[in-house]
Design a protein around this ligand. Structure first.
Ligand code: ADP
Ligand code: ADP
Length: 224
């Protein structure tokens, strides 16, 4: 299922044109949205995650009209915002289990299995009883992936996830995302060129609310 974005525009009350007539077709796989601070990435990510409304435009995910069928989108959405605050005293497994309840995974046995599988995939099984407060940046981001992947979302939106990660953590993180999102549309917003060049199958460059380029990463880099 692809995500189709047509002629999406968004201005803020202060007159900032955060998005100007954006059109993109995003196929399954990892897709990079590359742009500097203030380019409009978070605005677009929040609109795709049904948290904000554009002034104009249409967005379809398969047959789902994203701007009108919000509940349908949310059932298949994994959203990892830029600064997700988690209580430092919360314990890893407990909290993931709690989010799984919120996601509607009610059967206890099924939920235990899902939580265990996600903690193992994100390499957090050994620290499942620890508090989040002691986690490194990489561990926190991997925990964010575990939360985002609950319920097998088909549309996964991650906003600037590698900020503050060291290079080794960054590569591990991107690999995790690309493996876990293999059969989904995964949109990764970032200002770091290497994030898109390493694992994204396609990419767009955004600046001042406009798409400057839409291509395969290796072609963009040849043209730099
Ligand atoms: P990015 O995620 O690429 O940094 P944003 O979408 O956060 O970009 O911001 C795009 C532009 O919109 C910036 O100029 C930013 O200051 C402005 N902006 C973002 N949110 C708001 C808001 N709530 N009110 C006014 N301006 C905003
Ligand atoms: P980003 O790192 O995505 O650019 P910012 O740090 O610019 O995000 O913005 C953080 C929050 O402040 C966001 O919720 C954004 O919508 C809001 N914001 C950003 N710019 C403005 C602005 N000029 N006026 C009001 N709110 C803003």
């Amino acid at each position: 299922m692809a995500l189709g974005i047509q002629n999406v525009s968004k201005s803020y009350p202060n007159g900032v044109k955060a998005l100007q007539n954006i059109s993109l077709t995003i196929p399954p796989g990892m897709y990079g949205l590359l742009g500097p601070n203030g380019a409009g990435k978070s605005t677009l990510m929040r609109i795709l995650a049904t948290l904000q409304e554009p002034d104009e435009g249409t967005i379809y995910f398969g047959n789902i009209d994203v701007l009108r069928q919000k509940e349908e989108v949310r059932q298949t959405l994994g959203y990892l915002p830029q600064d997700f605050g988690l209580h430092p005293n919360a314990r890893t497994e407990e909290l993931l289990n709690y989010f799984a309840v919120l996601k509607g995974i009610k059967d206890n046995k099924a939920r235990r299995e899902v939580v265990e599988a996600l903690l193992k995939q994100t390499n957090l099984w050994d620290v499942r009883h620890q508090k989040l407060g002691g986690f490194s940046g990489g561990m926190r981001q991997r925990f964010g992936v575990a939360i985002a992947m609950l319920g097998n979302p088909k549309l996964i939106i991650v906003d600037e996830p590698t900020a503050g990660l060291d290079p080794a953590e960054r590569v591990r993180y991107l690999n995790l995302l690309s493996e876990m999102g293999e059969n989904s549309v995964v949109i990764l917003s970032t200002h770091i060129v290497e994030d898109v060049s390493e694992l994204c199958t396609r990419m767009a460059v955004i600046n001042k609310g406009q798409i400057l380029l839409e291509t395969e990463p290796h072609k963009a880099i040849e043209n730099l």
